[in-house]
Design a protein around this ligand. Sequence first.
Ligand code: SF4
Ligand SMILES: [Zn+2]
Ligand SMILES: [Zn+2]
Length: 308
Amino acid sequence: MTLLCSKCLQPAITFIRYNGTHLCKDHFIQYVTKRVKKEIRKQGTIDANSTIGVAISGGKDSVVALQLMYDLYHKRKNITLIGISIDEGIKGYRAESLVIAKKHCQSLGIDHVIASFKDHIGKTMDEIMQIEPKTYGACSYCGVFRRFCLNTTAKKFHVDRLVTGHNLDDMSQSILMNFINADIEKLARLGPHTKVQPGLIPRMIPLRTIPEKENALFALLNGFDVHDAVCPYSLDASRGYIKDMVYDLEEKNPGTRHSILKSYDTIKEVLASRFPPSNLKTCNTCSEPTMHSECKSCLLKNQLNTKP
Ligand code: SF4
Ligand SMILES: [Zn+2]
Ligand SMILES: [Zn+2]
């Protein structure tokens, strides 16, 4: 029996478990786009003459984020979009995704820049893992250095808002992980950022309410070429068990990810007043904003450089 779309009489292509609706291709695309638009409006207005940077790895989430930002903003003549990719230097993994990222930007007529760890940090991730395979795990280095590269590159190209492709799964995992680690200050600083802090480009997260599977389906239905290889260092990812936990919870109780995000949004204001933006200093070495005399990126870089 062919199941029909809950909104029209076309055959359904998907079932949205958490709200019990069947959707056809058109209504599914409309459903995703509508929620992304709503989310963007909630994350603050984009001022005239702004430059929006979109972090694009070539993976499905970043490709969908770039496409939706383009659809929404390319007709606004005073708004410029630019794609920013980070090349961590991971052999057999990153090069292919950068080709896809570049191709998407080119097809939309958007400038694309690539910032590499090698240029900004002095070492590729592969070199870092040769020096220090155990202490923190690949993702801890990678996350810190990637934030550094993104922020400095965004500033270099006069970006006013930086879009990342984090989806609902990423968001619910981050929220839970910060709770589990009792890192409430970090939780309070989780994007999207509505306040501008000197030296830090505020983040927008347009896909934060869209589950990962819906992003994948959106990319597939639109025929986007996406990079879906797995990073060879992802086994180090400390959030692996949180991911499994959120998956199990969602399986048993559809809508759990939305509930986690909703709970977070409800207490966000309280968290923000408990942890107001700190008076950031500038790093003695690189001048990036930091709460200490030296930023985390420079600290890790020094540790790597002093390893025998
Ligand atoms: S899985 Fe970890 S090491 Fe690999 S790209 Fe992601 S953050 Fe970097
Ligand atoms: Zn329909
Ligand atoms: Zn620094």
